[in-house]
Design a protein around this ligand. Structure first.
Ligand code: NAP
Length: 506
């Protein structure tokens, strides 16, 4: 039976999770802390074990010690604060093998079957591919040929595969990868992860829109002037120069995270909270985005790259001076786009997206700008483009703010915008779970609502691959420089100014 997104205690079935790439950065920073915290909160099945799979030789003991160090550094709750680590660590194991070697998979099979006998995990498997994307095909193929992935519909144990982003680096490679993996897996065995969907504030978008009658009636082109989505970071590319040189911000942030935010903001109400219903509505929105008009390209897409500047009083290097970056690199660290959704709800409402590194501050935010009031009663307010703005802050300071006009006390009638602000931390008083906790929990539970379906990936690459292609073709569109610590290139501000508006935050 299809699972639905709901807030019930989840009773998961016994299983073993195998993490491919278990000595990597993501496992130490996110995956192991997520498993540890789920275990602490009794959200893992009683019958559970985890096997780390990677190339380097090491014993179980060394692997456990490394994971413990990772938890001390990265986990939201620290292992020294309670006594759950010791029992949890006894369920962690390490398996050494290159990803492409058959013997490694045979040995893994034997190991998993021994662990089934020891922990009662009943043959159920989650394979988490936390590796370079070039390894996804070989791992899936080997898992299938060694019968570690089961045929669907068998009434026996289940197997699921979580695939890290990126799923392809353009339309063609994504289709190639999809064709390859579907020889071995059915769509409902594939869990394509985008950790943004595990964030509380992103899930709250659905609740905010569909559990409050007051907003839904305003959520259309009659009342909304434009919607802006910003994903900005103060940080540069740090030690990820090699990775970023091949990716750029369009692939790293826009193609996945921002398209997901856009689809949740713009989707129609789903008929239920079942995964299929929600994903059907998301994909309809993505498919309704008007293709980029290549003849008007520079009015719709701006790209930039940071030059040296100052952030928090410190001088920081420009992108081309960063480690592992070519001194003549043309990779974009900033992108701004104007999109239109051609459906009845959104026709005529521009969606402005911007994402960048080394910007003035770190923030992920959706800003809904409502239309100005008629210029009849309060001219001051009708001329002010900034009134009636709703901001949904995804991170940091998670919450929702609404700007409304108020009368300033006194005998005259001056008007001033004020802000009504809801903050998550004040509401719950508890630290929300990390995105990976929610997503791993859902994968064990068998609920793929918060994972990305293939047609969503396809729609997103179909829209954005022409942008990547256009950047490669002569005459190349400008790559505008911006000072680190600013809000991006002037051309991005001009793009909105030409339409009589501006980027906002409240
Ligand atoms: N790091 C992040 O914050 C982050 C965020 C979002 C998504 N991701 C995605 O998550 C994935 C993993 O990222 P990561 O940063 O953890 O990568 P990483 O630090 O480079 O780790 C790669 C892992 O793969 C193993 N490996 C590489 N080649 C192998 C081979 N031929 N045979 C066996 N093992 C091999 C390495 O094992 P050895 O060390 O033993 O060689 C290591 O455990 C990538 O797809 C990335 O795009 C990462």
């Amino acid at each position: 039976m299809e699972k639905s997104m709901r807030n019930l205690p989840k009773t998961s079935e016994p299983c073993i999770m195998v993490i491919f790439g278990a000595t990597g950065d993501l496992t130490a920073r996110k995956l192991m802390p997520a498993l540890y915290n789920l275990n602490r909160e009794n959200l893992l099945p009683q019958e559970f074990a985890c096997v780390g799979f990677a190339r380097r030789e090491k014993s179980n003991e060394v692997f456990r010690e490394e994971m413990l160090q990772g938890l001390k550094e990265f986990s939201r709750s620290k292992p020294e604060e309670d006594d759950t680590w010791s029992a949890f660590s006894e369920r962690l194991f390490y398996h050494q093998s290159p990803f492409d070697q058959d013997e490694g998979y045979e040995a893994l099979k034997k190991m998993l079957s021994d662990l089934d006998a020891k922990f009662g995990t009943k043959g159920n498997r989650i394979f988490y591919l936390s590796t370079q994307p070039s390894y996804f095909p070989v791992i899936v193929e080997k898992l299938k040929s060694h019968k570690l992935i089961y045929d669907k519909n068998s009434s026996g144990p289940w197997s699921r595969v979580i695939i890290e982003k990126p799923f392809g680096h353009n339309l063609e490679s994504a289709i190639g990868l999809q064709k390859h993996i579907t020889q071995f897996l059915t769509e409902d065995q594939v869990y394509r992860i985008d950790h943004y969907l595990g964030k509380e504030t992103v899930q709250n978008l659905l609740v905010f829109r569909f559990a409050n009658s007051i907003y839904e009636s305003l959520w259309n082109n009659r009342y909304i002037d434009n919607i802006q989505i910003t994903v900005s970071e103060e940080l540069g590319i740090g030690t990820r120069g090699k990775f970023f040189e091949e990716a750029g911000i369009l692939r790293d942030i826009v193609q996945n995270h921002m398209m997901q935010l856009l689809s949740l903001v713009a989707m129609e109400p789903p008929v239920s909270l079942k995964a299929t219903a929600i994903r059907d509505e998301k994909v309809k929105v993505l498919n309704a985005i008007r293709p980029i008009d290549l003849a008007q390209f520079e009015k719709q897409v701006v790209r930039g790259q940071y030059a040296a500047g100052r952030i928090e009083g410190q001088t920081v290097a420009g992108y081309r001076e960063e480690k592992d970056v070519a001194p003549t690199s043309e990779v974009e660290t900033y992108v701004a786009m104007k999109l239109h959704i051609d459906n009845w709800r959104w026709f005529g409402v521009p969606f402005y997206l911007r994402a960048g590194k080394r910007l003035a501050k770190r923030c992920t935010e959706i800003v809904v700008n409502f239309k100005p009031i008629p210029n009849i009663l309060f001219q001051q307010a009708s001329h002010n483009n900034d009134n009636n703005v709703l901001a949904i802050r995804i991170q940091p300071n998670e919450g929702i703010a609404l700007r409304i006009n108020c009368k300033v006390p006194g005998t005259a009638m001056p008007i001033q915008p004020v802000k009504m602000d809801f903050r998550y931390d004040a509401f719950t008083g508890v630290q929300p779970p990390e995105a990976y906790e929610r997503l791993i929990c859902d994968a064990i539970w068998g609920d793929n609502t918060l994972f990305i379906r293939w047609d969503e990936v396809l729609a997103s690459w179909t829209l954005l691959t022409p942008v990547l292609d256009r950047w490669q073709k002569d005459p190349k569109p400008p790559l505008d420089s911006y000072t680190a610590g600013s809000w991006g290139p002037e051309s991005a501000a001009n793009m909105l100014m030409d339409e009589g508006t501006a980027w906002r935050s409240i």
